[in-house]
Write a protein that binds this ligand. Structure first.
Ligand code: GDP
Ligand code: CA
Length: 327
């Protein structure tokens, strides 16, 4: 059995850790992860891929567990030295250990290797136990249209900012008018992405952000079609529990694309053309009928990734729902 998972950062990575545990000793031969690169940003001349790294560090036991991103036992000397030179931005947390990853990545990219090959090379160190492929080797950057807040230059004007500036610097404190994966329309799926989908037995959407993680992956021409055409069960887990994101600010970007922040609305947003099964949390049991009315098989189960065992149970529920769909 081959499983393909579309993943953003923290939600995707934590789910994958549970999935790996859930399939231990079963007949699953491999897990392929198609990672979001819309969050990628160039800082200090380096290419930073936050979501790929979160998956890599989490599955490779190098993650800062509490934060959910960045390296464990991190120090910030380089960042402090840069700040002493007046070189920013200071709002993006890059630690010394993390810097090394971005240096290696940038060096390999400069030598002509595509991001997919670089990611494979980085994973040789981390041994994540899954095949991690960026959604595309082409540059894609999610931008967010905002109204510049009071107290900042150009207050009241509309402008587009990089997703990281919206999420990390502004903490999504202003409304997002639009979310655009710049470059996605001209991008190609990375080598291996379409093949993995064509040979998949099941496709899973972890509780990743439906707009800026999974939505961005689906915006790469060919990926959505390959999932729909694969003819295998596609099952997702809701990142929205009790009408709010479990973590983060997904409600802001859902509102920007006209989707209400409920587990049922996210399922409808993906639609029955893409999704066969959907798991909602037990607190959202009341929305099961609405999801099923949209033509998507739905179950209510505990969806909080409080520890690896709870997460493994979520993964088993997703695989069980996939088998129900298949039957
Ligand atoms: P990011 O790139 O780091 O933002 O991570 P993802 O896009 O992969 O996942 C973010 C989403 O994970 C958020 O919308 C959260 O609501 C969701 N999430 C985080 N922890 C949990 C959890 O324990 N359960 C569920 N159901 N969703 C979660
Ligand atoms: Ca992300």
């Amino acid at each position: 059995m081959r499983i393909v998972v579309l993943a953003g950062g923290i939600g995707g990575a934590r789910f994958l850790r549970g999935l790996k545990k859930a399939v231990q000793g079963t007949g699953v031969t491999d897990i392929t992860v198609i990672g979001n690169t819309g969050d990628d940003i160039h800082l200090f001349g380096l290419k930073v891929c936050p979501d790929l790294d979160t998956v890599m560090y989490t599955l490779g036991d190098g993650i800062d567990e509490e934060q959910g991103w960045g390296r464990s036992q991190e120090t910030f000397h380089v960042k402090e030295e840069l700040a002493a030179y007046g070189v920013g931005p200071g709002w993006f947390g890059l630690g010394d250990r993390d810097f090394a990853t971005h240096i290696v990545r940038t060096q390999m990219l400069s030598a002509g290797y595509p991001l997919s090959a670089v990611t494979e090379a980085l994973c040789e160190r981390w041994q994540p136990g899954v095949r991690l492929i960026p959604m595309s080797d082409d540059r894609i950057e999610t931008h967010v249209a905002i109204t510049v807040p009071e107290g900042e230059p150009g207050a009241g004007e509309r402008k587009a900012v990089h997703f990281q500036e919206y999420w990390v610097r502004l903490r999504a404190s202003v409304d997002a008018h639009a979310v655009v994966p710049v470059g996605a329309d001209r991008a190609k799926p990375a080598p291996g992405v379409l093949d993995a989908l064509a040979s998949a037995d099941v496709v899973l959407f972890p509780p990743s952000n439906p707009v800026v993680s999974i939505g961005t992956i689906l915006a790469v021409p060919g990926i959505r079609e390959a999932i729909a055409d694969a003819g295998v069960p596609v099952v997702g887990l809701s990142p929205i529990v009790g009408d709010a994101p479990v973590r983060g600010m997904a409600d802001k970007v859902l509102t920007a694309v006209g989707v209400e922040t409920t587990a049922a609305a996210v399922a409808e947003h993906y639609g029955s053309g893409l999704l066969d099964g959907w798991l909602v949390d037990t607190v959202d049991e009341g929305s099961v009928a609405r999801v099923e009315a949209a033509g998507i098989r739905c179950r209510a189960v505990p969806l909080l990734m409080t520890d690896i065992d709870a997460t493994a149970r979520m993964a088993r529920e997703a695989l069980a729902l996939a088998e129900e769909v298949r039957a």
